[in-house]
Design a protein around this ligand. Structure first.
Ligand SMILES: [Zn+2]
Length: 380
């Protein structure tokens, strides 16, 4: 087989794997049709996969009594695995998933996140131990609260971890038999498979997360768009109020200064000092309970700010889905305020073709990081 033919065959193998991942039961004929290649090509690939134990035959589907029944194929999801690790200050959270993103092993480990050298040593040890139990692992995805260059796998800056210019990927690749992928934490959660959001959202969507900070990610064709210097998607720093509070970035009225959890806790405290210093009522939110007038106003205004930012995203990027991941997901006041604000500001044509989805903690950064390894494997 010459080099070109080998490459083409490898590409077809990866595309077949991707199809099998998305469709649990599919026949050789259907794969050939979906990929626009000959049935013979697919038969050869499937024969190889059957031998390797990557695919199994799962019985036949009778196409209405006409012609031969088609044998259905299914992926042996445990044939390939991925490791996903979320790095935090004091701990790291890890998962090993199969090719269908089912969790096979998970856990948490203390980590001295503020010391990059020590953290890397702990991560290498953890991965060595996971790899010894799961030799099928394709790679390691690392979700880091930082500005990250995903191509070189360098953590440029993290105020959270106090890291600067840490060549995380290079250090792990040197020590481990499989390659690593480094992602920003919000971007990792943006691609994590979720039960609430349809898988087709990965074709074109914008993900917005409200948490201790506000972040986002633009996903096109199952890839996170990083931008020229890796800061694409930073919706938290879109200014939404000219006279708003000063932001850590130096601007005034960034979305993050108005709707992040610390910002909202601050407002609750300002409105009602009895709410307690920690604004703990945010953590024990009862979505069924009626909001008092002051809370209703805070949540409504937060929704308006989010809608202002989202309307600009819709007009500029024309995504098919906008996924808003926040603890306010179930609050009617919040959802209505976001929708009204978006409707009054976004261009009508793209707006009518965009679905707004509200979710709460539907995503896990570690699972997303593992899934990034699988997507990368399919596109290599
Ligand atoms: Zn800012």
């Amino acid at each position: 087989m010459n080099k070109g033919t080998a490459l083409l065959r490898q590409q077809n193998e990866k595309r077949t794997l991707a199809l099998l991942r998305k469709q649990p039961h599919i026949s050789r004929q259907e794969i050939a049709k979906a990929m626009g290649v000959s049935k013979n090509t697919i038969s050869l690939i499937i024969e190889k996969f059957l031998k390797e134990g990557v695919v199994k035959e799962v019985g036949a589907e009778d196409p209405g009594g006409v012609g031969r029944p088609r044998i259905q194929l299914s992926l042996v999801t445990e044939a390939y695995k991925a490791i996903g690790i979320l790095i935090q200050n004091a701990f790291c959270q890890y998962v090993v998933t199969d090719y269908g993103s089912n969790i096979l092993e998970e856990g948490q480990l203390p980590l001295n996140g503020n010391d990059a050298e020590e953290a890397i040593k702990t991560l290498i040890k953890l991965c060595e131990s996971l790899l010894s139990r799961h030799p099928e692992v394709l790679g390691i995805g690392l979700a880091v609260p930082a500005l990250v260059d995903p191509v070189e796998g360098v953590v440029h800056f993290s105020s959270h971890l106090n890291w600067r210019e840490v060549p995380l990927k290079a250090r792990l690749d040197e020590a481990l038999p499989v390659k690593s992928l480094v992602l920003n934490i919000v971007k990792a959660s943006a691609i994590a498979p979720s039960s609430v959001v349809p898988p087709e959202a990965l074709s074109n969507s914008f993900y917005l997360r409200i948490d201790e900070g506000v972040g986002g990610a633009h996903i096109v064709d199952s890839r996170i768009y990083s931008g020229a210097s890796w800061s694409a998607g930073e919706i938290g720093h879109l200014p939404v109020r000219a006279d708003g509070p000063l932001c850590s970035c130096g601007q005034r009225g960034c979305l993050e200064t108005l709707v992040s959890l610390p910002a909202i806790r601050g407002r609750i405290l300002h409105e009602d000092p009895r709410a307690g210093l920690d604004g703990s009522m945010l953590d024990e939110w009862d979505p069924e309970a009626e909001l008092d007038a002051a809370m209703d106003k805070i949540i409504r205004e937060s929704g308006e700010y989010v809608g202002t930012a989202v309307s600009q995203i819709i007009t500029l990027l024309n995504p098919k889905y906008v996924v808003i991941d926040s603890p306010f997901e179930k609050l009617e006041t919040f959802r209505n305020a976001v929708k009204a604000s978006v409707e009054s500001r976004a261009l009508k044509y793209p707006l009518h073709h965009t679905s707004l989805l509200f979710v709460a903690n539907a995503y896990s950064s570690s699972i997303g990081a593992a899934f990034a390894v699988i997507l990368d494997f399919e596109k290599e």
